[in-house]
Design a protein. Structure first.
Length: 473
């Protein structure tokens, strides 16, 4: 059967998004069973935890991991697991979630009809400090033995010295950042015995990823290539945390040499004070990436030798880019999106939460029921994740609910595919308008946006004045 299109107009392919995928539920059940084993810790495992470990081992039977994971599960069930055994269990869990990711992305490919990018093999980099990797691995093993219910400040604080030693080394910074954030999250939740709700999936994700990153060469990536050609933005995914903000621009890249177009991303992240929210975030973000101004103005950009990874991530540098002609995102979505290749995904990044495939929908019927918005596409209901619509732009959940066309990211969450809107076409006062989540990225004359930016400017000025006063003392 030929691929079905989710492009210029959504066709029958939408029904594939609701079809079951063979083996997916079983793989996730094995992951959940292992995660529950980590909740109580593996120092003195109970029979229920041993059953969870066995389920994980059975899930990878017949794979190259089978023998090692089987041995690791037996040792862990007996409370005698060593570092190598914990690494094997983390690898099995990661492999299962990777298989889930691949199955879900295969379905996305069938629906969109877009080609997939070719995978590349990482090139081993320089030598990493084996002692620091071993220290990080030992801390993560201590966490697994204690379990999430057994964490306390003494156990969690063991990461501090390791992180401090790792941060100066660029080759270890990825792992150091993960461990630092993970430890901070655990510290804020201590003692684990008092927690009413334990985020078992999330903490197990971080634990398993950290374990694998302690293996020499695990963080190695292919040497970046370069991109020369035209960049056509589709939309901006803005993410906000109390102390950080990130904007990720999704775009179609058309190489100057006439080769096939592809989907790429450009990301900028900044620390922020918790008083800067909403549209004020753009003040912090835009000085670091000229692409945000182009997105706000509705322009394309010309790239010259811009570094780009094999996964389609542009390593943004303003000196390799210049603003070009106006480029309407909806025109790009209708004309170019369906033929742009999806980038490959690095092995360690193959996780269901990483799925964010740009799609274009139109001709749907929007319906809201019990606070849940759905788009009915070719007779199939597709959930819309309006909770991800940022307040830092003119796009609102209400506008999404009255829209007739949408550029979004197809994600997978809580067992179903969902669309995160990045931009919509709707009707306001009997006139068609396009509303973008990133419309204020380069600045705005919108009254709401101007007020929010002024509030952010005042907040930052106060903080700078207070900081200066402290430094003068």
């Amino acid at each position: 059967m030929p691929p079905r299109e989710l492009g210029s107009s959504v066709g029958e392919g939408a029904d594939l998004l609701s079809d079951s995928i063979t083996g997916l539920d079983e793989a996730l059940a094995a992951v959940d069973a292992f995660d529950q084993a980590l909740v109580a810790g593996l120092l003195r495992p109970q029979p229920s935890q041993a059953a969870g470990l066995t389920e994980l081992a059975h899930a990878v039977a017949g794979t190259p991991l089978a023998a090692r994971v089987s041995e690791a599960a037996e040792k862990a069930a007996a409370g005698a697991a060593g570092e190598d055994h914990f690494v094997a269990l983390a690898a099995a869990r990661t492999a299962l979630l990777g298989s889930v990711h691949d199955a879900l992305m295969t379905r996305v490919t069938e629906v969109t009809g877009r080609p997939r990018g070719e995978e590349t093999v990482p090139v081993t980099g320089g030598q990493q400090a084996a002692n620091l990797l071993a220290a990080a691995r030992a801390w993560l093993c201590d966490l697994a033995r204690a379990g999430w219910q057994g964490i306390d400040h003494e156990v969690v604080s063991g990461a501090a010295q390791v992180v401090s030693a790792m941060l100066p080394d660029p080759s270890l910074r990825r792992l150091a950042t993960l461990l630092d954030g993970f430890a901070a999250e655990l510290a804020a939740s201590c003692p684990g015995s008092a927690l009413e709700r334990i985020p078992a999936r999330r903490w197990s994700d971080l634990w398993a990823r950290g374990m694998l990153l302690t293996l020499p060469g695990a963080a190695d990536t292919p040497t970046p290539g370069s991109a020369t050609g035209r960049l056509l933005p589709l939309g901006v995914d803005l993410q906000e945390h109390a102390t950080a903000a990130q904007a990720q621009v999704h775009a179609v890249f058309e190489p100057a040499d006439g080769s096939a177009p592809g989907l790429v991303r450009a990301t900028v992240s900044v620390p922020k004070p918790d008083t800067v929210v909403g549209a004020g975030l753009w003040q912090l973000l835009r000085p670091h990436m000229s692409l945000l101004a182009a997105v706000g103005e509705g322009r394309s950009m010309e790239l010259t030798d811009m570094p780009v990874t094999a996964e389609g991530d542009l390593i943004w540098s303003d000196e390799h880019a210049r603003p070009s002609e106006p480029a309407d995102a909806f025109t790009t979505a209708r004309v170019a999106l369906s033929t742009a290749a999806d980038p490959a995904t690095a092995p360690l990044d193959r996780h269901p939460t990483r799925i964010a495939a740009p799609v274009f929908l139109e001709g749907y019927a929007a319906q809201k029921d019990d606070e849940t918005l759905t788009f009915t596409v070719a007779g199939q209901a597709l959930a819309v994740d309006t909770d991800r619509v940022p307040t830092a732009g003119p796009l609102t959940p209400e506008a999404v609910a009255t829209s007739n066309a949408c550029i979004g990211l197809l994600r997978w969450d809580a067992g179903t595919y969902r669309v995160q809107p990045l931009a919509v076409e709707t009707t306001v006062r009997k006139k068609p308008v396009a509303l973008h989540a990133g419309a204020w990225a380069g600045g705005t004359t919108d009254k709401v946006g101007v007020r929010a930016e002024k509030a952010a400017t005042d907040a930052v000025a106060v903080l700078r004045e207070r900081a200066g006063r402290l430094l003068r003392k």
